[in-house]
Design a protein around this ligand. Sequence first.
Ligand code: ATP
Ligand code: MG
Length: 413
Amino acid sequence: MRQSQLFTKTLKESPSDEQAKNAQLLIRAGYIHKEMAGAYMLLPLGLRVVDKIKDIVREEMDKIGGQEFITTSMQKKELWQSTGRWDDSVVDVWFKSKLKSGGEIGFAWSHEEPIANMMKNHIASYKDLPKFVYQFQNKLRNELRAKSGIMRGREFIMKDMYSFADTEQQHNDFYEASKVAYMNVFKRLGIGDDTYITYAAGGAFTEFSHEFQTLCEAGEDMIYLNKEKGVAINEEVLNDDVLKKAGVTKDELAKVSTAEVGNIFNFGRSKAKEVGLFYNNKNGEKEAVWMGSYGIGITRLVGVLVEKFADSKGIIWPESVAPYSIHLIGIGDAITYADKLYKDLSDSNIDVLYDDRDIRPGQKFADSDLIGIPLRVVVSPNTLEAGGVEVKKRNEDDSHIISTDKLLAMFSK
Ligand code: ATP
Ligand code: MG
C-alpha cells in the first residue's frame, strides 16, 4: 500500500472528546474513527488488524472442531421472553425497536437463545452431537459507560462459540479444550504470559464461569492473582469458598487491574431446557442438550494490545496482528530505489506500507512510530551509500544497515 494513496491521515493532537489511550492513539494513527461514544468505524488499517486477529481466532476455533457461520443482529422478542431475558430489568443492555408492522425486536447483545433455537432444526439424536458453532459478529449493547475507548463499545465485534454435547463428559472435554484454544490465541497475540484463566461469577450449571483476564492498567476489572500458582479470582467472587477451591489464601494474592478478553460459560442442560432443544440419547430417551458459550472480545483485544504495548511515540503492534509487516520509508533522491524495493517486496507477497509521500523525513518517522508497524525500513541516499537499507524494529532503539537481498531473505518462508 502506498501511503500517498491511503485515504486516512494521521493527527498530531489527540481528539479532545476521547480519554482512553487506546482510542486516542488508534484515532491519531488513522485506525479508527469515533462516530459517537462507544461507536467506532474501523478504517483500512484498523480493519487489517481486526482481520488478522480474526484469522488467528478462526484457526484455533477450527482446530477444536468449530464450524463458522453467521447469524442476524435482529432477535425475536418471544424467544427471549421464553427464557426470561427480554425484560430490561433482567438484561440491562438491550437495544430494542418497534416494527412498523407491529411488534418489537431486539438487537443482538448475545446469541445463546437464537442459536440454541436454530439448532433444534439440526439436532435430533445423540448421533448429531457434539457440535461446535461460532461466529464473528457485531454485538450491540446499551452500555451505561463507554469511556474505555474501543475496549468498551456500544457496538463491538465478538467471537462467540456455542457447544452442544450429548454427555457431561463430552461437554466437559470441550470446555477444557476451549481453555487451551483460548490460551493459544492469547499467546499468538503476544499476551499469553499476561493472561490468566480466572474464576468469575455467572455459572449456570457450575458455580463459576471462567474469564480470561489480561494484566492491563486501563482494564475495568480487578482480580486477585497469584502468578506462581497461576491462580486468578475475579474480585466479584472472592470469598472463602473460592479460595479453598483454588487452594490459596487471601494473603497469597495480589490485587491487579485487568481487562476481560474472553469468557467461557457452562450452561449444563439448563439453557437447552428453557429453549426446548431436546434430542434422543443412546437409550432412546429424550434429553436436553448440554451447552456452553465461549466469547472473545475481538475489538476489545485491539484496545488491550495498544494499551499494553504503546510507548510515548505511538503504537507497537505484535508481528502477528500488525496491519503490515514492513513500513518502508523512501527519502529524497533514493525514491526511485525505494519504488523498486517496494515492488520487489510486494512481488514476494510481503505486506508493505510504503511511505512515498512528498513530506519531510521527520514527519515520516513520527508517523511511522505512531502507526506502529514492527519493522521500519528506510531507504535514503545515506543508507544506499552505506550499502543498503536501514532496518529498525519499532520496539528497539538501534538500527542497522542490511542489503536488500538480505531483507527479502528475512521474509521468504
Ligand atoms: P464486561 O464484564 O466487560 O462487561 P461481559 O461479561 O458483559 O463483559 P460477555 O458477555 O462475556 O462480556 O462477552 C464476551 C466478551 O466480549 C468479553 O469477555 C469481552 O472481551 C467482550 N466484551 C463484552 N462487552 C464488551 C463491550 N461493551 N465492548 C467490547 N468488548 C466487549
Ligand atoms: Mg464478564
